[in-house]
Design a protein around this ligand. Sequence first.
Ligand code: SF4
Length: 367
Amino acid sequence: MKNALNEENLIKKIIKEINKKVTTPIYIMEVCGTHTECIVKYGIKSLISDKVNLISGPGCPVCVSDESFIDEAIFLSKIEDIIICTFGDLMKVRGSKHTLQEAKSKGADIRIIYSPQSCINIAKENKDKKVVFLSVGFETTSPIIASVIKTTKANNINNLFFLTSLKIMEPILKKILGQSESKINGLILPGHVAVIQGSKYFSFIPDEFNMPNAICGFSELDILSGIYTIIQQINKSIPIDTYNLYKRWVKKSGNVKAKELMNEVYTLEDVTWRDIGLVPSSALVINNNFKSMDARKVFNIEHMIFKESEKSVIENKKCICGKIMMGYKSPKECELFSTRCNYENPVGPCMVSREGVCRIAYKGGVI
Ligand code: SF4
């Protein structure tokens, strides 16, 4: 009870300080989709000065998976003896023409799973079939999937494969911060990614870009403390540095074992981020030691160019998810928002995923 009261008083104090210290409009990007959800959940925008503009970044892995990834998955789902396993978030995301949900309604065997490990059981129970897991995520999910890939190999499970859309944060943050039109004054850095990569990973942000930042957890106090720390850096009352405000989970070097696991299973490649473009060395792809489980290699789809073989539907092209995730636009600036594009009938991935900024705005968030 005493702790709760202390926290409440601290929150009030920080809000007061934020509102006192901000005199001109500033733009702070929260990189992680979970932070976007929490900012809405705690009503943070209504607690602080409207001079503090919180804008959402590229941290929703479903939203940044390219159309061609969905096309590849639909292509595989049409092969008779293939079972596709996926997280539910991907079902309504449109490829260049179709969604996995539409493919399922036409008879494809597509199963929603809740943890990557459950693919192993599905593969064991269906030895006459080939199981493909759609592996999507950032550094938070990638080590778990790497561990499943290793288990698959160690147990000689030869009917389980992985179609990957795994990405890392550093290259996309460099791309965002390197844009001359960027209006960002500070970054709320993703706590979950920092748990794996460590606070040191983000030192390029002050060193190369002189950009205020803070690694934050996910409570109301965590996020408000992050905003305040960024404002102090903008106002030069503290030096610009990497501020780790999530020390209860984030170590300087991160989770060494998880990073070793990623190094053992993946290699880095260039990849296209949906509606953003090619980002060099930002994809974690399965390396040659585990290539017998890489769905692109096994099913020979590696060199197929899906986007050119199927013309994108016109509405896909009106979707501005990429511009929203780069910090240039807000969902309400999209001409399809809440009319043609809504949660029941989403056009772009930002309206589909739980962490998608358009979906959060549509469901009542102030974005
Ligand atoms: Fe894309 Fe829909 Fe968001 Fe517009 S409202 S940017 S179409 S997801």
